[in-house]
Write a protein that binds this ligand. Structure first.
Ligand SMILES: [Zn+2]
Ligand SMILES: [Zn+2]
Length: 258
């Protein structure tokens, strides 16, 4: 099996990151991963890049953690791929298959709505999945689910509680939504519990990973035993909304939870 991290942050690209790209790369190599996707917080979220200044400087800064990881990966034999995590109103999305050059060429990306982001990412040969949709935490006033403009959902996130992931798994099962798991790793250290996915053949490029997702090919979710077994309702939901075709949030229908 070939293990991949799908969701992680460096201190160069994300304001909340603690490990450098190179430190992360060495850690994942030691833990037996074949590859990692660096998904630093983009400009809608907790980015470490400046909010003002030239677009090129901002993108250079944003990509620094990925580049550090990639260079280290070349030395030690770890595949390092570029990804993005974009934030709208606390709802966040993992984007794969774009490149630094794409960002340089599309400064309008930071003003795109969810739907525009999704359509442009797909048109560019990438894909977009919602990260941790049922996360409940102090900084979030509501749950905002957007599966209409996403190719899947991160159903398990190491920063969530098991109940929050159990909600996500029930939702995806009921609606037939493709699932991935990720650590959302901000710091690689001894005690880190790593999530991710395992495939029976290696992923040689981000483009191949995008095809894997778009073709809904199977993989194993790397999550702790019994991760989705808890009764999610032990942790009551905060107000929950669903993003519709008019790009409006309406109350999330709850039939899937029965
Ligand atoms: Zn973060
Ligand atoms: Zn994240």
């Amino acid at each position: 099996m070939y293990r991949y991290e799908t969701h992680m942050h460096t201190c160069q690209g994300s304001a909340c990151g603690s490990s450098t790209g190179a430190e992360h790369a060495r850690f994942y190599k030691e833990r037996g991963y074949q590859g990692i996707f660096i998904t630093d917080h983009f400009f809608g979220g907790n980015t470490a890049a400046p909010r003002t200044g030239s677009w090129k400087d901002r993108v250079d800064h944003y990509c620094a953690g990925f580049e550090d990881a990639w260079n280290e990966g070349q030395k030690i034999g770890l595949d390092v791929f570029f990804g993005i995590e974009q934030n709208f109103q606390g709802d966040e999305y993992l984007i794969y298959g774009l490149s630094k050059q794409y960002l340089l060429d599309h400064p309008e990306i930071e003003r795109w709505t969810r739907r525009e982001t999704y359509e442009n990412v797909r048109a560019a040969g990438g894909c977009m999945l919602q990260a941790h949709p049922f996360r409940m935490r102090g900084y979030l006033s509501a749950i905002r689910v957007c599966d209409l403009y996403a190719d899947g959902i991160e159903v398990a996130n190491a920063g969530n509680t098991p109940a929050q992931d159990a909600y996500a798994m029930r939702y995806c099962k009921a609606k037939g939504i493709y699932t991935i798991a990720g650590s959302d790793n901000h710091k690689s250290h001894e005690g880190s519990t790593l999530f991710g996915v395992a495939l029976d053949k290696p992923v040689v490029s981000a483009a191949e990973w995008v095809q894997h997702i778009l073709q809904k090919q199977p993989h194993t979710l790397l999550v702790p035993e019994g991760r989705f077994d808890a009764d999610p309702t032990a942790e009551p939901l905060i107000p929950a909304y669903w993003y519709n075709e008019q790009e409006e949030f309406v109350e999330l229908p709850m039939g899937w939870l029965k």
